[in-house]
Structures are given as structure tokens and as C-alpha cells.
Design a protein around this ligand. Sequence first.
Ligand SMILES: C[S@@+](CC[C@H](N)C(=O)[O-])C[C@H]1O[C@@H](n2cnc3c(N)ncnc32)[C@H](O)[C@@H]1O
Length: 454
Amino acid sequence: MKTSLRLPPQYLLACPQCGADADSGLQLQEQRCEQCSQEFFDIAGMPCWFSVGKAQLTLWQSLYGLALQQAERNFALAEQELPLYDLPPRARVRMQQMQQANRQIINDVKQLMDSVGLEAKIAPEFANYDASRMLQYFELLLRDWAWDEAVSPLDNENKRELKRVRQAVEKVAAPLGHTLIMGAGAARLSWEIHCELNPSSTLALDTNPVLISAAHRLVALQNPWQLTEVHPNPQINHEPVHRWTLVAKANEEKLPTWFALAANAWSPPIKSGSIDTIVTPWFIDVNGKEIRTLIAQVQKLLKPGGLWINTGPLLYGTDISPTRRYTTEEIRELTELAGFEFCYENVEISPYLKTPLSAQLRTEQVWTFAARAPQPNQPLPKSNPPAWILLPHLPIPTLNIPPPNDPTLQHLLSLVDGKRSINDIANLIASNLDKDQNALHLVQAVFVEYLLGP
Ligand SMILES: C[S@@+](CC[C@H](N)C(=O)[O-])C[C@H]1O[C@@H](n2cnc3c(N)ncnc32)[C@H](O)[C@@H]1O
């Protein structure tokens, strides 16, 4: 039986490709956009709305197929060690138990994917993709939905994370309204926020098909799932294998307004200026883009005066260059430059991914802040270089400079109308440039070197 589609409130939704809303061509129940002809899909009733449409399904099926192939290869490699003549008997028994557990993990993942209807099917165009992307952050499933009782029902990582967000919310003392969790992962925090902090609706958004499918199954479908954990290294007085039951606390009153949404935070199916609160938990450093782009995206999606709550460390991905690994001070400065008002900050050392199967303890420095988005036409703080250069999503004010002789400059200047940003102008001229030219860098360079230069 097909599970019914669980769509967030329609006034929050927009086409992730062209931005059309329900009044301008977005067909919600049909999951397609008449304005740009893009088609979306759902898995087990969870909307999977990407700007690339159903090509995302092909990618996911391929990644899943590749991940299974890789898991089978690893399994077979370990299996080759079992007949070794010099294996001590105890080690052989241990290895057999490990192999049983590894087989169980493969079956557990298949069970999850089957239950939401995602097939393993490698498309030729994705045959060389790296499957590990799909299983990245796998432990979050166990941290979010399994370990609490074994760690401590009263003091565990999930409780601490909620406490950090709760403190920020209490400090700003305003209703959360429609709340978007960007990079929600396995989505426990989103469910806790929804049940405890009373938003009007909560949208848990993530691109990872395993994490967000599990979240949808556990919370929306209230269907527990069993997952085996194996600890690869011996730990004294700790069992090496455990089969966990992942389960989300039921809350029938709150469930109708919580939604798992498979989508990309950079092109989400969400109307600009419609969200009251955005939470970015353990996300600002690992989303594939630099922080200025995130500030722009948060500002675009929030209502004027909307709230941005961030929590997590600054452990940038390898794709972020050293110059863009901004410090907390630099991020605060950039956010304030965009017109946000910082209302709360807290730094705390917290355990991270501490499994009951291990004595090891990893800790992280968690920075939590709350900031209010600016009102329209709010004057921006003065800075040098100006805010609209440092943050290319901000409107360029009309510039009082003598008309230049250079035709390129003349053209770029003619595009400045007090509303357009450097990003907007770069988009306008991009189609006239050669493929290897970066429109954004070019426009920035022109404005900095020629207009603001000595
Ligand atoms: C470090 S994990 C944190 C997950 C969760 N917030 C938590 O605290 O457990 C980062 C998450 O961001 C997600 N993510 C990264 N880039 C994304 C993007 N562009 N759009 C949506 N989700 C993204 C990843 O799939 C992953 O689940």
C-alpha cells in the first residue's frame, strides 16, 4: 500500500529549481512544477524535492548499489582470513562473530531501504561515484535513536544538544514558528525541538538518503528499526557487537506538524522569506560551501526578524580553503555585517559519538548562537571594504562616481540599481562569459579594483 505524501504546509513550499509556488505552477500533490516542468518524487511518503528532479533518485539508487557492492567486497576480503592455518581458535571464533554481525549490518541497511522502497540500481553515469558518501555519518543513527538508555537516560548527547538549543531559545524568548532544520541528519534534535519547544511546524531537511529515510521511518511512520553495531578494536569489559533497536518516542499530538524533507540546503523547496526559525546543527562547517554563502541562504529563507540558531563545532571539511576557515569572531562579524543581530552565544565542551561499545571518548567544542535577521531596508553597518563587497548577496547601493570610459565598467555600473547584488549582476552577465571565467570573481574584482581602488 502506498504511504500518503507528507507535505509541509503549502505556503512554505516552492519549486527547488525555479522558485514557483502553489499559486504560480507548483503542483503539490502531483509533485511537479508546471512553470519549469521539473518532476519530484517521494519515498514512503517523504517528499524528495531536488532541483535536478528525478535524477536524484537515479543517483541515490546508484550510490546504494555501489555501497552494497563495496560492503560485499569488504565482507569477502574478511572471509578470506577465516581459513588461515595460523589463526588462534579464539580469534577464529571472534572473527566468525564479527562476520555474522557484518552480514547483519548489510541486511539491516537493506531492510531500511526496502521498507522505504529504494532500490539498488547502478546507472552507468554514476558507476564511478564514491559510495562512502552515502554511509557518511552512519553513527548518527545510533547516537540519535539507540544509545541513550545505555549511556544515561538523563544525561546523553541528545539531551545536551537539546539543552543548548533550549537555552538559546529561552534567551530570545519568542515563539519558534515555522522551523527549518538544515542538515538534520538522523533528525533526533529536530524531533526533540518539535516536541519540547513548540514550533508551529518543523521541517527536518537533509540530502543523505540513509539518514533522512531512517528519520522518516522512525518518526513519521513510527516504525522502529534494528541496526547492528560492531566495534572494530578490542575494548576491555565492552562487548564488541550489539544489536540495537532504534525507536522514536511517540507523540501523536505533535506528529502531524513534523516533516522529513529530502532536499539540498542550497536549493531547498522552500519559499524565500517564509521561515521563522532556522537551526543549523553541526552544519556550518560541513555543507560544501563557505560560511558567507550560508549567511546568504539563511537570510534568504528567513522572514525579516526571523531567528537563526546555530550549534556545533568549527571543524571545516577539506573542501574549505584555509582562508575560509573563519573563526567565531569572523563569523559573528560577517553575520552582523549582513544586518543580523547576535542575541546569544555559548561555548561548551561536549562528548561526541560516545558509543557504549567503547571506552574511548571524543569531545568537541560546541559553539551555539542565536541571531535575528534584519528588517527590510535596515541600514547596514559601515565597513571597509563595504558589506556588499564582502557579502555578495547584499544589494549594492547606488554609487556616486564619475561615469567611467571603459565600456565593461559602464555596462556593469548600468546594472547597479540599488537592489541588485554582486551575485545578481554575476548571474546576469554569466551567459556572456567564456566557460572558464567565473562571473562572480570577475564582478567582484571589477568593483574592488576599479570602483573602490585608489
Ligand atoms: C555533521 S552532520 C550533522 C547532522 C545533524 N545535524 C546532527 O547534529 O547530528 C551534517 C549533516 O549535513 C548534511 N548536509 C551536508 N550538506 C548538505 C546540503 N547541502 N543539504 C542538506 N544537507 C546537507 C549531511 O547529510 C549531514 O547529515
